[in-house]
Design a protein around this ligand. Structure first.
Ligand code: C2E
Ligand code: CA
Ligand code: CA
Ligand code: CA
Length: 275
C-alpha cells in the first residue's frame, strides 16, 4: 500500500514537471511561430436569433505546430500572457483580421470582426496605442471582446483604455459573462455595447432547471443596461428556440457553424445570402 501511494506521488510530480517544461518550451517557440506563419485564424459567425443575418464574426487563433500538430488557444494563450508574447500575438491577429476583411469585402461581405483581448493588455499603454493606431489607419470594422475579470485587476486603467477604444468606434463585448468574477459595479461602468453569455449556461439550457433562469435574467439585465446579448455555445435547435423566446439578440455556436478558415467562412457567407 505504502509503495503504491509513493509511486502515485512520483507520477504526479513527473507529470506536473512535464507540463511546466511543455509550457516553457512553447513560450520559447512562440515568437518564431508568429514570424514564420505557424499561427492562423478561424472565424465563427454570429447571427441574429432568427437566423436572417450574419451580424459579425469572432476571430479565433490557432497554432499549427510543425511537431505537435494543431494547438488550440486554451493551450498557449496563458503561456503567451506569462511570457509577454500576448501583445505581439494580438497585434498579429489584428493585422491578419484587417487583411482577411479585405478578402471578405471583395466577395461582397462587410461586417465587424471581433478579436479577443487578454486582460493583461488592458494595462499595457504601448499595446493600446498601437491597436488604436492600426484600427484607425485601416478604417476596418473591428470589435474587441474582453472579460470582466480582466477589468478587476486594475479597474481605473482598464476602464480608461476601454473608453479610448470605444471613443474611436471600436464596439466592446463583455465575453464569458457569468463565468468569472462578475461584478455589477464594473458592468455598469464599462462602455460595452454587447454582452456574451458564457457557453457554460447555454450548452445545457434545455436540460437544466437553473440555467434558463440565469440566462433569462442575464438577458433582461443586459437589455436594461441597453446592451445587446449574444449567447455562445448554441448547439441545438431547442436551445436556439428557447433563446429566441427569451429575447436574446444574437447567437453563436456549432449549430450555426464551427470556427472555420477564411475561405470556408466566405463560402458560408455566400450561402447565407442566398437563403
Ligand atoms: P472564447 O472567447 O470564449 O471563444 C469561444 C470558444 O468556444 C472557442 O474555443 C470556440 O471554438 C468555442 N465554441 C464556439 N461555439 C461552440 C459550441 O457551440 N460548443 C462548444 N462546445 N464550443 C464552442 P477556442 O477557439 O478553443 O478558444 C478558446 C479561448 O481562447 C477563447 O474563448 C478565447 O478566450 C481564447 N482565444 C482565442 N483566440 C484568442 C486570441 O486571438 N487572443 C486571445 N487573447 N485569446 C484568444
Ligand atoms: Ca471570445
Ligand atoms: Ca466567450
Ligand atoms: Ca472562454
Amino acid at each position: 500500500e505504502q509503495a503504491r501511494s509513493e509511486a502515485r506521488v512520483v507520477t504526479l510530480d513527473l507529470s506536473s514537471a512535464d507540463a511546466t517544461l511543455d509550457r516553457v518550451s512553447l513560450m520559447r517557440e512562440l515568437p518564431r511561430a508568429i514570424i514564420s506563419g505557424q499561427l492562423f485564424l478561424q472565424y465563427q459567425p454570429k447571427v441574429n436569433v432568427r437566423r436572417e443575418a450574419v451580424t459579425g464574426a469572432e476571430a479565433l487563433v490557432r497554432w499549427r505546430h510543425p511537431v505537435r500538430g494543431l494547438i488550440l488557444p486554451g493551450d498557449f494563450i496563458a503561456a503567451a500572457e506569462e511570457c509577454g508574447e500576448i501583445a505581439g500575438l494580438t497585434i498579429w491577429t489584428l493585422r491578419q483580421v484587417i487583411a482577411d476583411q479585405q478578402v471578405m469585402r471583395a466577395h461582397g461581405h462587410d461586417m465587424p470582426v471581433f478579436i479577443n483581448i487578454s486582460g493583461v493588455l488592458l494595462a499595457d499603454d504601448a499595446f493600446v496605442n498601437e491597436a488604436c493606431r492600426i484600427v484607425q489607419d485601416s478604417g476596418a470594422k473591428i470589435g474587441f471582446e474582453i472579460t470582466e475579470t480582466a477589468v478587476i485587476r486594475d479597474p481605473d486603467s482598464a476602464i480608461a483604455h476601454l473608453q479610448r477604444f470605444s471613443d474611436i468606434g471600436i464596439p466592446l463585448a463583455i465575453d464569458d459573462y457569468g463565468a468569472g468574477l462578475s461584478s455589477l459595479a464594473y458592468l455598469k461602468q464599462l462602455p460595452a455595447t454587447e454582452l456574451k453569455i458564457d457557453k457554460m449556461f447555454v450548452m445545457q439550457l434545455t436540460s437544466s432547471n437553473r440555467d434558463p433562469l440565469i440566462v433569462r435574467s442575464t438577458i433582461d439585465l443586459a437589455h436594461a443596461l441597453e446592451m445587446e446579448v449574444t449567447a455562445e455555445g448554441v448547439e441545438t435547435p431547442a436551445a436556439l428556440a428557447l433563446l429566441s423566446v427569451m429575447g436574446c439578440d444574437m447567437v453563436q455556436g456549432f449549430l450555426i457553424s464551427r470556427p472555420i478558415a477564411l475561405d470556408a467562412f466566405v463560402r458560408f457567407l455566400d450561402e447565407e445570402g442566398h437563403k
